[in-house]
Write a protein that binds this ligand. Structure first.
Ligand code: NAD
Ligand code: MG
Length: 384
């Protein structure tokens, strides 16, 4: 059966890589819907190239221009609500969720609610609302397939045993641009330094998240929801080569890992074609040339974000939503030159510790906490 894909976040790093994979396997994959934030020019080109009739743009200011630039007959959906309508109307059987941030949640949740299979790159959705998404997916019958490379690796390695035989997992982390930097260097790190990721080429927000290692904190929470693991079953290892994408330790002590070049087209394709494997355009590891792989425990002192990830899993409830919203706003402030690099995690920690926690929040309550956390970080001043 041909897979009819709605691609949310088509103009981004994951989105464009996904379109590469689709073009390579046009006999099994086709795109029936595209959505992006504001880049209407690229969105229109993608719609023409992939002959997509249903297109959504979150930023309504560009909807008319988009409509004029798209081939005649294209249906343009407008605004945040338009993304949800796209998921409802585009006649898809698979939604690849690759919007950055909590902005991806409504359309992702709608896809899950419709019982569609969902490939999840947008980890923030799970961090915010895993407590709603995971039970809903189970109830509606669609699959949740990880696209994040670590979670794709865990998902693949878990096939080597039974679920109740898994003792723990290890998420690997490159360590980012500050793996070997001193605490003093990191305090004053510039945007340019923080954007220099050593192994992966990604969108700006996740690149900053990798520099603070908040990305790994988000991934700890993501793993908790995807694989139903407790905080003490989720380890983190710094692995500078980014070749082992994560591993699963079984109860007999045997450890299975998934390895590959750091190229997102691999986990994207696996999510799209699971349970099958097709040839890939991603470069292959050159094993015959030999290689060295290093693994180090992470430094929780220099990367306090990691502790916050564990705390959010242990306390649960509204913690994920608050941690995520605070981080999104803090990263925006840092990118705008409005705070220091080290303030990002300080602000998240402060806001997380002060928020009005609820154990089993509704979607409305999660969104209220999200808004509160954004406002707190936006008005946060040093020394508070
Ligand atoms: P990106 O910044 O390159 O692209 C983001 C996409 O989201 C763009 O298409 C943009 O138009 C769209 N978007 C932004 N704001 C929006 C809004 N308010 N409404 C609708 N659309 C909006 O980001 P990326 O690197 O592709 O990351 C996307 C997601 O995938 C993130 O959640 C990230 O954590 C995750 N992820 C990315 C990588 C990677 O290699 N890039 C790896 C693992 C996970
Ligand atoms: Mg990842």
């Amino acid at each position: 059966m041909i897979k009819r894909l709605v691609l949310l976040g088509s103009t981004g790093s994951i989105g464009t890589s996904t379109l590469d994979v689709v073009a390579e396997h046009a006999d099994e994959l086709c795109v029936v819907g595209l959505a992006a934030g504001s880049n209407w020019q690229l969105l229109a080109r993608q719609a023409a190239e992939h002959r997509v009739r249903d297109v959504a743009i979150a930023d309504e200011r560009f909807a008319d221009e988009l409509e004029r630039a798209c081939p005649p007959g294209t249906r343009v959906y407008r605004g945040a609500r338009g993304l949800v309508e796209l998921v409802e109307r585009a006649d898809a059987n698979f939604v690849l969720s690759a919007i950055v941030g909590a902005a991806g949640l409504p359309a992702t949740l709608r896809a899950v609610d419709l019982g569609l299979d969902v490939g999840l790159a947008n980890k923030e959705s799970l961090v915010v609302a895993g407590s709603l998404i995971v039970p809903l997916a189970r109830q509606r019958g669609g699959a949740l397939l990880p696209v994040d490379s670590e979670h794709s690796a865990v998902f693949q390695a878990m096939a080597g045993g039974r679920r109740d035989e898994v003792a723990r997992i290890y998420l690997t982390a490159s360590g980012g641009p500050f793996r070997t930097a001193s605490a003093a260097e990191m305090r004053e790190a510039t945007l340019e330094q923080a954007m220099r990721h050593p192994t992966w080429s990604m969108g700006p927000k996740i690149t900053i998240d990798s520099a603070t290692m908040m990305n790994k904190a988000l991934e700890i929470i993501e793993a908790h929801w995807l694989f139903d693991l407790a905080a003490d079953q989720i380890g983190v290892l710094v692995h500078p080569e980014s070749i082992v994408h994560s591993m699963v330790e079984f109860r007999d002590g045997s450890t299975l890992a998934q390895l590959g070049t750091p190229d997102m087209r691999l986990p994207i394709q696996f999510a799209l074609t699971f349970p099958r494997r097709l040839p890939s355009i991603a470069p292959r590891l050159q094993w015959s040339e030999g290689c060295l792989l290093r693994f180090e425990p992470p430094d929780f002192e220099r990367f306090p974000a990691l502790r916050l990830g564990y705390e959010a899993v242990r306390r649960g409830g509204t913690c994920g939503a608050v941690l995520n919203a605070a981080n999104e706003t803090a990263v925006e402030r840092f990118r705008g030159g409005d705070c220091r690099f080290c303030d990002i995690v300080h602000m998240v920690e402060d806001v997380l510790s002060r928020h009005a926690w609820i154990a089993q929040p509704s979607l409305d309550e999660l969104m209220q906490r999200d808004t509160w956390a954004r406002n707190e970080v936006a008005s946060w001043r040093n020394g508070r």
